[in-house]
Design a protein around this ligand. Structure first.
Ligand code: CDT
Length: 308
């Protein structure tokens, strides 16, 4: 058995006016709760330190820069790293990254039990649009404020296993999991901020959104024989509602824990990485069964090419 006791730490809403110090205090309270349940690893949502700011339009993009972190850890996040070190707990969380060169990414990191950043991932599949869209009920301006990630989908040896990351919309794309699956990933951790209503089809509400969320995460786990830990930022942020649906899925595609509600909260599951072996050695033994000679279109083209 190679068990990682994994805490999925959902954050309830973060209002625009709430400062990072207050959010970090909430994250530390969740970490303490996870420690009381003997967690080895805690996973927080996408853009964990602030409200989901891509819903707000700034004509001047630079006006969004205060939502970004120029250093990690920085003054506001140092207490979180200190508490993680004190507890000997590994962690992952998402934040908006502004690099010294002035580049903007939607980023998440993996931090080891000693508080060292061992992995960084930058969101590849940015949803939404880059200009104000009056047709939508709410804006989703990730394409305006971030550039697509430039680091691919790496994995890291950590906590006795092989871990990878992705972020929110990435979880809907099978390529995300497969690229990590091809590196033997045993646990994928991800955070998300998913609006409860489709801004372009209001009839698509929270039940359908949660259905697609579970469908995507469970399929990714099963088809790559990996654990997936998916953590929401949930509830109403300044009148804009985000789904909950924080859950932990086993390598068989089954949900082993799901957090009810939309408030701050933690679920902990004992994730045995050896449970990935059966799937990896049988139906999803990639070396025996994959036929990449037929998959060329996956990397050769982006959009659909219709037949003549
Ligand atoms: N944060 C994020 O990626 N949210 C998307 C919403 C897509 S609708 C523009 C998601 O896939 O949940």
């Amino acid at each position: 058995m190679r068990v990682i006791r994994t805490a999925a730490a959902q954050l309830g809403p973060i209002q625009k006016a709430e400062g990072r110090d207050s959010v970090v205090a909430r994250m530390i309270a969740l970490m303490d709760e996870a420690k009381s349940q003997d967690a080895d690893l805690i996973v927080y949502p996408e853009l964990a330190l602030t409200t989901f700011f891509p819903r707000w339009y700034h004509a001047d993009r630079a006006e969004a820069d205060p939502w970004f972190e120029r250093e990690m850890p920085g003054p506001a996040t140092a207490p979180l790293f200190a508490r993680a070190r004190q507890h000997g707990m590994a962690m992952s969380f998402g934040y908006a990254e502004l690099t010294p060169e002035g580049r903007h990414f939607n980023t998440s990191i993996l931090v080891d039990r000693g508080g060292a950043i061992v992995g960084k991932y930058r969101k590849v599949h940015l949803p939404g649009h880059d200009e104000f869209d009056p047709e939508r009920t709410h804006q989703h301006l990730e394409k305006r404020y971030f550039e697509p990630g430039d680091l691919g989908f790496p994995v890291w040896r950590m906590l006795g296993g092989i871990l990878g990351m992705c972020i929110c919309n990435d979880r809907r794309w099978p390529e995300t999991y497969r690229v990590m699956g091809l590196q033997g990933v045993e646990m994928v951790v991800l955070g998300f901020n998913t609006p409860s209503v489709n801004s372009q089809r209001n009839a698509e509400g929270i039940e359908e959104r949660l259905f697609h969320h579970r469908l995507s995460v469970q399929a990714g786990a099963y088809q790559n024989a990996t654990w997936v830990v998916a953590v929401a930022k949930a509830g109403s942020e300044d009148g804009h509602h985000l789904t909950g649906g924080t859950l932990i899925v086993d390598p068989n595609g089954k949900i082993v824990a799901e957090l009810p509600g939309e408030a701050d909260g933690v679920i902990v599951a004992a994730c045995d990485l050896d449970e990935t072996r059966f799937g990896k050695e049988t139906i999803f033994d990639f070396a025996r069964h994959r036929r990449p000679e037929h998959y060329g279109r996956i990397t050769a083209q982006t959009g659909v090419v219709l037949p003549e």
